[in-house]
Design a protein. Structure first.
Length: 606
């Protein structure tokens, strides 16, 4: 390997620390603080909880994601959608396909439900560190909430401008963050190396046997140490498996040192249960406390940014695979295809974050609602991986996937206790996208079943007759069709009924593929002045439709599309019609110029 290649690989590792590990890297701010609000910090409890944290990170993140999940990829891409696409070809019954699809819908919705709590708890817990600055101890909570709101507002405002330039600084900042966590943690560990004995799982087992009820309750808070672990797999396509795994070795060591350092600090300062991380930082270097607090706030912003970008990406996949309504998408980067902005989603998330801040008011109370969806998503990942390894007859990996999935499910059961304490908020928020998905997919199914399409052969016969007899409008017209075999009714209505035939007419079909990335074009001449273009697009591909058309030497003058006016007597389908009317049309979704678009209206009853 040349020096240049080695430097490039190391830069990818640094980038992975910024893009992937922001969420899990900020967990030490609040995880132990929340746990020791419930459990007194005795020697037995500190050793037992540190053991739980170590093995939660090992089983749920290192084994389930760093080893098992990243070994499953499609062209280097990862994520729940990839697992579903890999599993579906093995499924023989429609019932199993439906079950797996529902699991995918739930995973996507839960990600959004808990996703809005990530910025709220991360930013607020960092801002609360101000209370440890002399003369600011009595700062009113409302001031902290307003400050957290302003930081969140700035974070969501900047989304439209794109984060490509800012993202280049994320990696180095997170390297400094992890070095601070690990370095200070190691200092306190070095004061009493016996704290490392807590790595022994018997401390966790003995604590659980002695305190079974309290153990089951605090599992819902121990899971907070692993939040963000799913990003190892979800972001694999952007960075590659090796940089992510190298980054995890560095992050894992820093995190363990931080948690065990906090444990060592609590052994000698049992009264410091409010915020062990901030308290030990203040004791370690009082003059560096304010710079560390600023670094903490920046790290939480990076963690929040990763979650927002992840939600944009996942929802874009849902739109292109037609399980979610089309929202207007803006492309914020010429270099990174994954950098997109969805305005309506962005401000929905912002409103939800502000609601979370002012409903819970404190990071400790937010933690009481956090983790439910993370545990649920990890359980779903465990189930899907177990099924894939079983179909592939990879029995060793299947065994570990089953074990890690069962552990995830135990954590999920514990998190169900959070529902009456605020966990229902993440479920309520998750219910919004889940409701959209169910209503939209069912509505689309009913809508398409009511379409009247024309057989291609009959259409071509009529087209040839009209094209030969009638005059043509100068230029090229585009028409969009869902299936290449049948012609939507609005096309013959436009051409034959309304007499609108251009010199060149192109029917375009966009077909999502089972591969995550890649664009291929299939071009075919159907008749004189009539062509068919089928664009095969990967379900994770963000692409420019007009560029694809220009590559085929298609310079459209006018774009026709079917515009359905839906009527129904049923409330649910009226709601579907409203969603359909409010969301951009298929052609608007792909950012065609509005002045070129002509919608051909059809009245359809469902």
């Amino acid at each position: 390997m040349t020096l240049k290649e080695r430097i490039k690989n190391e830069m990818m590792v640094i980038k992975a620390l910024g893009v992937v590990y922001g969420d899990i890297g900020t967990s030490p701010i609040y995880t132990l603080a929340v746990i020791f609000l419930i459990v007194p910090p005795t020697v037995v409890s500190i050793y037992g909880i540190l053991s739980f944290v170590f093995w939660a990170l090992t089983i749920l993140v290192t084994i389930q994601y760093a080893w098992l999940a990243t070994s499953l990829s499609a062209k280097g891409e990862g994520g729940t959608v990839v697992l579903i696409q890999m599993l579906t070809p093995h499924l023989k019954s429609a019932k199993m396909v439906s079950i797996v699809s529902v699991l995918g819908f739930l995973g996507l919705s839960l990600m959004i439900g808990d996703g809005v709590i990530t910025p709220a708890i991360s930013i607020l817990s960092a801002v609360e560190g101000i209370l440890l600055i002399p003369q600011y101890e009595e700062l009113p909570q409302i001031v902290l909430l307003i400050l957290a709101t302003l930081i969140a507002f700035a974070l969501f405002v900047v989304q439209k401008r794109g984060v490509e330039k800012v993202a280049s600084t994320f990696g180095p900042i997170m390297v400094i963050w992890f070095l601070c966590l690990g370095g200070v943690g190691f200092w306190y560990v070095s004061q009493d190396f016996s704290i490392l004995n807590a790595i022994n799982p018997m401390y966790a087992i003995n604590f659980a046997l002695a305190n079974p009820v309290i153990t089951f309750i605090i599992l819902a808070d121990i899971i907070l140490a692993t939040t963000g672990g799913e990003a190892l797999y979800a972001d694999m396509g952007h960075l590659g498996r090796l940089p992510i795994l190298k980054g995890w070795v560095f992050a894992f060591i820093a995190l363990i040192l931080s948690y065990y350092g906090q444990g060592a600090f609590l052994l000698t300062h049992p009264e410091s249960v409010g915020s062990p991380l901030f308290e030990m930082m203040r004791e370690f270097a009082p003059f560096l406390y304010v710079p560390f607090l600023i670094l903490t706030i920046i790290a939480t912003i990076i963690a929040s940014q990763a979650m927002i970008s992840g939600i944009f990406s996942v929802l874009y996949q849902a739109m292109t695979t037609r399980i979610f309504p089309h929202f207007r998408v803006e492309y914020t980067s010429h270099e990174l295809r994954s950098q997109i902005y969805v305005g309506s989603i962005n401000w929905f998330l912002f409103v939800c974050v502000i609601i979370m801040l002012f409903v819970f008011k404190e990071s400790a109370k937010l933690a009481a609602a956090y983790g439910l969806a993370v545990a649920g998503a990890m359980s779903i990942t465990g189930v899907l991986m177990t099924m894939i390894f079983a179909y592939r007859r990879e029995w060793i990996k299947m065994s570990f996937a089953t074990f890690s999935g069962m552990v995830s499910f135990v954590f999920f059961l514990s998190c169900l206790l959070k529902i009456p304490h605020g966990g229902f908020w993440s479920l309520l928020i998750a219910a919004v996208p889940l409701g959209f998905i169910i209503l939209y997919t069912q509505g689309q199914e009913r809508l398409y079943s009511s379409f009247h399409s024309v057989d291609k052969e009959n259409f071509l016969q009529a087209y040839n007759a009209h094209y030969a007899q009638e005059s043509h409008i100068e230029g090229t017209a585009l028409f969009f069709a869902r299936k290449a075999e049948n012609i939507p009714a609005y096309i013959p209505k436009t051409m034959f009924q309304n007499g609108i035939i251009y010199e060149r007419n192109v029917i375009v079909k966009v077909k999502p593929t089972n591969e995550p990335l890649g664009i291929t074009n299939e071009f075919k001449s159907l008749a004189e002045g009539l062509d068919l273009l089928v664009i095969h697009v990967g379900y994770m591909e963000v692409f420019n439709m007009e560029e694809s058309l220009k590559k085929q030497d298609i310079h459209e003058r006018t774009i026709f599309y079917g515009d359905e006016e839906i009527v129904s007597k049923h409330f649910s389908w009226k709601l579907y019609a409203l969603i359909k009317d409010m969301s951009p049309s298929f052609v608007s979704f792909y950012n065609f110029p509005q002045e070129k678009l002509i919608g051909v209206s059809r009245r359809i009853e469902i």
